[in-house]
Design a protein around this ligand. Structure first.
Ligand code: BES
Ligand code: ZN
Length: 617
């Protein structure tokens, strides 16, 4: 299960033609489009805010347009002005609407004269949903503060006023000032040798959607991992990170062989503090990554393959709206598997595909019908439906099915052609399908019918003939698990010494939802799962142990939940605790202590979960 917060598609009833107008944004791209962003920001750590201005270059589409409408959330606006070609400024009138919980505040700027540029002078809120601020005490080195952004899905608007929709692409440059000794990085080319003089400049010459805007700042060291790659991390973990990610150049070169040149120049990785709410984020030129993948044996490097793959699927060819997110995540998960296969071998790629397919088979039936679809009906999605494993795992399963039906050679050619054709564009599912029909389905007749394609994209569930990879090692683990549960194989006789991370994940994923307490205790006694440094294993183990009533793990689980803010690794433990009154009370205590170290998003998800559990108690 991959944990992403609920994403509202809005309850607006949209005429189909207006679908290009993203229901998660107030922007009106048919009136005017932002083509370039010029940011000038000061990072104010004591006040936990960004201070400065955003100057937007505009391309007016409707000659009768009267206003520029932007997305904002919790921004304090000082003034807004038009900037003439001579640099002269004129104040503009504007209205900031009351805050909508999902969408933020619509900012309407009166612009009857259609200025070429508009400048907004503003500060962010200390509670900005897209930023996390850490005190020195909350970092590994405890010397300097740290801050970072997470803009996807709709949080860029909490730190920059803009048209916050993936359908709109712009180039940007930025000037950022910070305290001395702090390094600032952004989703643009970064200079590892930049002096730590508090004065940083960036230039992103490629048009990107707003959710790829990113910034990070703190006590950040750099270590090269290849001719065009490096890791950025707190000094105490930079060596470990460079070792874990030492294959980065191999991964880039492999992907280039499959799908064409890497278009962005450098590929660097910023390893964040453990409160980073996701596993990874594909910010252009600078992937943001959780430190929980630094397990020492490279077993979770698929995260890098995944974020790197987004340099083609997602950053080059982008979903036009959040409803089409599977074009980003499904295609990327497929490409990730191909990279893993080429660099680490087919057995590992098959294990990862099986893990996700089995998890999806288990979870999909319980989802609301519309959420089971790759391309949900935008008019039928309620605010409670969430972006889930469907986009990733059903999406990649569909592409693996296509690969199998059409053959690897033809399918690789097709996918490369697709990336080329739509490069630097944001597209809908329907545009993808319009391209697929002549270039794949009809080009090689008799391999797959158009009805089958439509069933994958628009139907609920998983097609019955969806192919599964075969993993002999997983088959053995299935047999061992069964024997262990039946009592014919003792815990210490499991052949688990050589299990890799994925094999432990698979063993634990397929234990019964509520496993017998004695079995769990035998497992822990034999394999010392409590206290594991591997958080993927820890999350699964503690969920079972809490659910099975093993109170002995509670303090270790609390330590895991306090240290790690990554939603996917921490929220399941809150859920496991919330199933009993005692557990819920304990989870509330843990949260009270952990809260200040959590990202605003993690805080919100945990608070919603606890509130819901209390209501149904
Ligand atoms: N782009 C996503 C993260 C994301 C998606 C953030 C939607 C906010 C909204 C990123 O590429 C991703 O998929 N991360 C995964 C990594 C995993 C699949 C290897 C994660 O964070 O778990
Ligand atoms: Zn992704």
């Amino acid at each position: 299960m991959r944990l992403l917060p609920a994403l509202a598609f809005g309850t607006l009833i949209l005429p189909l033609a207006a679908y290009a107008n993203d229901p998660n944004s107030y922007a009106q791209p048919d009136q005017v489009r932002v083509t370039h962003l010029d940011l000038d920001l000061k990072i104010d750590f004591p006040q936990r805010r960004l201070d400065g201005q955003a100057t937007l270059k505009l391309d007016w589409k409707n000659p009768k347009a009267q206003s520029l409408v932007l997305d904002t959330r919790d921004l304090k606006i000082a003034k807004i002005e038009a900037v003439g070609s001579d640099g002269k400024t004129t104040a503009l009138k504007y209205a900031l609407a009351p805050r909508d919980k999902q969408l933020g505040s619509k900012l309407t700027i009166a612009t009857p004269q259609h200025p070429a540029q508009v400048r907004i002078v503003y500060t962010t809120s200390p509670e900005a949903s897209g930023l996390q601020w850490l005190t020195p005490a909350q970092t590994a080195y405890k010397k300097l503060p740290f801050m970072f952004s997470q803009s996807e899905s709709i949080h860029a608007r909490s730190w920059v006023p803009l048209q916050d929709s993936p359908a709109i692409r712009f180039t940007y440059d930025a000037h950022v000032s910070a305290p001395k000794d702090v390094r600032v990085v952004m989703s643009a080319i970064n200079d590892a040798k930049h002096p730590l003089d508090g004065d940083f400049s960036f230039d992103q010459p490629h048009p990107i959607p707003s959710y790829l805007l990113a910034i990070g700042a703190g006590d950040i060291a750099v270590k090269e991992t290849g001719p065009r790659s490096a890791v950025y991390a707190e000094p105490s973990i930079v060596d470990k990170a460079a070792h874990e990610f030492e294959d980065t150049e191999k991964l880039i070169a492999t992907t280039e062989q499959l799908y064409g040149p890497y278009a962005w120049g450098r590929y660097d990785i910023l390893v964040l503090p453990p409160s980073f709410p996701y596993g990874g984020m594909e910010n252009p030129n600078m992937t943001f990554a959780t430190p929980t993948v630094l397990v020492g044996d490279k077993s979770l490097v698929s995260l890098v393959s995944h974020e790197l793959a987004h340099s083609w699927s997602g950053n080059l060819v982008t979903s036009a709206a959040w409803r089409d997110i599977w074009l980003n995540e499904g295609f990327t998960t497929y490409v990730q598997g191909r990279i893993t296969e080429a660099v680490y071998g087919k057995p590992l790629a098959d294990e990862e595909a099986l893990l996700s397919a089995r998890a999806l088979q288990k979870s999909i039936g319980a989802m609301p019908a519309n959420s089971q679809k790759l391309a949900p009906d935008p008019r039928g999605v309620g605010a409670d439906d969430s972006l889930s494993d469907v986009a990733y795992d059903k999406g990649s399963w569909f592409l693996r099915t296509l690969e199998q039906r059409f053959g690897r050679g033809p399918f690789d050619d097709y996918l490369k052609g697709y990336f080329n054709h739509f490069a630097w564009h944001s597209i809908t599912t329907e545009q993808m399908l319009d391209y697929m029909k002549p270039n794949l389905i009809e080009k090689y007749p008799g391999k797959m019918s158009w009805d089958e394609v439509k069933a994958w994209v628009y139907d609920t569930g998983i097609p019955k003939d969806a192919p599964l990879p075969d993993s002999p090692r997983f088959n053995t683990i299935d047999q061992e698990r069964t024997a262990f549960l039946a009592g014919t194989l003792a815990a210490d006789k499991l052949d688990a010494k050589g299990w890799n991370t994925q094999e432990w994940m698979y063993f634990l994923d397929r234990l019964p939802d509520v496993a017998p307490l004695d079995k769990l205790q035998q497992l822990d006694a034999a394999w010392h799962l409590t206290g594991t440094p591997n958080a993927e294993i820890g999350m699964r183990w503690y969920s079972h142990a809490i659910g099975g009533g093993d109170k002995a793990v509670w303090t270790a689980a609390a330590e895991h939940m306090t240290r790690i803010g990554r939603l996917y690794l921490t929220v399941p433990l809150y859920k496991a605790f919330a199933r009993t009154p005692d557990g819920l009370a304990y989870a509330e205590q843990v949260y009270a202590k952990a809260k200040t170290g959590y990202h605003p998003l993690t805080q919100q998800v945990v608070e919603d979960l606890i509130a819901k559990a209390k209501k149904t108690k």
